[in-house]
Design a protein around this ligand. Structure first.
Ligand SMILES: Cc1ncc(COP(=O)(O)O)c(C=O)c1O
Length: 453
């Protein structure tokens, strides 16, 4: 075991040491070599050292260097040193995070992290929270609590009796709601399409004057941080109206809610603390290893009612038992890396990380504008949408940038335009990475332009 883990650590550190010098996306040849990992299932036992070597030799070159500094696709963070190191130790611990009796350390660390996160986000200390795999599951988990709460008002126990014959719930979403929110609604039997979709403005923000009549059996879903533009719904207005009507407000705050940590950007999250539930990601801007997110619910009982499980062989306890707050029972102790990330960054380190990425986004937007390209969004946070002309020109630049390997940016459609999406979410992105990436994208864009003129 010792030699094997030493070898694993050496290979991992070698991988990370080379991350800045390699292509961001793997080459087609490296991807093709993954076939070597297949073949028939071996009949007999193999030496773990050979297995590790094979995985490293074939697998490492076929990774995407998301943990380096020049990956700007989707919304993807890296892994902070403290959180990665904690992840290795937690792997060795191999704790089951379901119950305190299974892992006192996992249970305690979750409690600590929950209180720190609530403080950072400016949410009441009495909120409950579940540690899940990401925002998709955080949306699902928090919305299950909402479903419980709204139907309970009408004497309906949805956990016991299901949804058949239940009083209807009105679900309101912005037309720019993230697909994962719609997926969560579908998993909960509330329906992806059975929603009232509210028009948004040109940044993707809900137009509050277009909200339907709200009442005490309405769920309103808003977002902090549009996945493309980074825009925030006007929470203050929406939450005030929802409160007056007795409606439940849920916030998909995957990456955007972390703006609360920076005094410079806190204005963006004005009013979001008035909501009833929140979903956040930790593997994005908090930069912990996958997979990690949190569902937060104002009234703890609603989350517990929706998620708790009891059986004679599960010990009764007065403690906060993690499995009463998540869909899973057995799971990895993902709070450990969160604890390490927050303990190592502190409030100031996290603020610096957020502000650095936002600054990089602004610099990037200025450079594109300066080079004559159109930036399609107001760069309020960490997201930049840029057009390189006609749709096929933009698509060509994106393909060439991905092929070039200096950095990685994806594409999207934004209000009728084809755009390159550039997301700054990694602790590892230095200003030099930004310069090197901009130089590559602008070089490719001008070559593509020359080729089409
Ligand atoms: C606003 C928003 N919500 C939800 C998600 C889904 O998060 P996850 O992939 O962690 O489930 C994302 C991912 O980018 C997002 O940006």
């Amino acid at each position: 075991m010792k030699d094997l883990l030493t070898d694993s650590a050496a290979r991992s550190t070698r991988y990370l040491a080379g991350i800045r010098d390699r292509r961001v996306a793997p080459s087609p040849e490296d991807i093709a070599r993954l076939e070597v990992l297949g073949g028939p299932l071996p009949r007999s036992v193999s030496d773990p050292a050979h297995i590790l070597a094979l995985l490293d030799e074939i697998g490492s070159p076929a990774t995407v260097a998301t943990t380096g500094g020049r990956y700007f696709g989707f919304v993807i963070g890296g892994a902070l040193p403290a959180s990665l190191a904690a992840n290795w130790l937690a792997g060795a611990w191999d704790q089951n995070g379901a119950l305190t009796v299974m892992s006192p350390v996992a249970a305690k660390v979750e409690e600590i992290v929950l209180s720190w996160v609530l403080e950072l986000l400016g949410l009441p200390a009495s909120c409950a929270g579940g540690f899940v795999t990401g925002t998709t599951m955080a949306n699902f988990t928090a919305l299950a609590a909402c479903r419980n709460a709204l139907l309970e008002r009408f004497g309906w126990n949805v956990e016991e009796d299901g949804l058949f014959g239940a009083p209807p719930i009105k679900v309101v979403v912005g037309e720019e709601a993230h697909v994962s929110l719609l997926k969560a609604l579908s998993l909960l039997g509330l329906g992806r399409s059975r929603v009232i979709s509210v028009p948004t403005d040109k940044q993707g923000r809900i137009r509050p004057e277009a909200l339907p009549v709200l009442d005490d059996r309405t769920l309103v879903c808003i977002q902090a941080g549009n996945v493309n533009s980074g825009a925030f719904d006007p929470a203050q207005q929406i939450c005030t109206r929802a409160r007056e009507a007795g409606a439940w407000v849920h916030v998909d705050g995957a990456f955007g809610l972390w703006a609360a940590v920076s005094p410079r950007y806190a204005e963006l999250v004005d009013g979001f603390s008035l909501a009833d539930s929140w979903a956040i990601d930790c593997h994005k801007w908090l930069n912990v290893p996958y997979d990690s997110g949190m569902a937060i619910v104002r009234k703890a009982q609603h989350l517990r009612d929706a998620m708790s499980l009891n059986a004679a062989y599960l010990p009764a306890s007065n403690l906060r038992e993690p499995c009463h707050y998540t869909p899973e029972a057995s799971r990895r102790a993902r709070g450990i890396e969160l604890w390490a990330a927050l303990r190592s960054l502190g409030r100031e380190g996290l603020r610096d990380l957020i502000e650095r990425n936002c600054h990089q986004a602004r610099v990037c937007a200025q450079r594109f504008r300066g080079a004559g390209f159109e930036v399609l969004n107001d760069v309020v946070l960490n997201q930049v949408l840029v057009s390189f002309g006609r749709a096929e020109e933009t698509r060509r630049v994106i393909a060439e940038v991905q092929n070039d390997g200096t950095c990685w940016c994806g594409g999207t459609q934004w209000r009728g335009h084809t755009a390159m999406r550039i997301s700054f979410s990694s602790w590892a992105t230095t200003d030099e990475d930004v310069e090197r990436s901009l130089e590559a994208v602008l070089r490719i864009a001008s070559t593509c332009k020359l080729a089409t003129t």
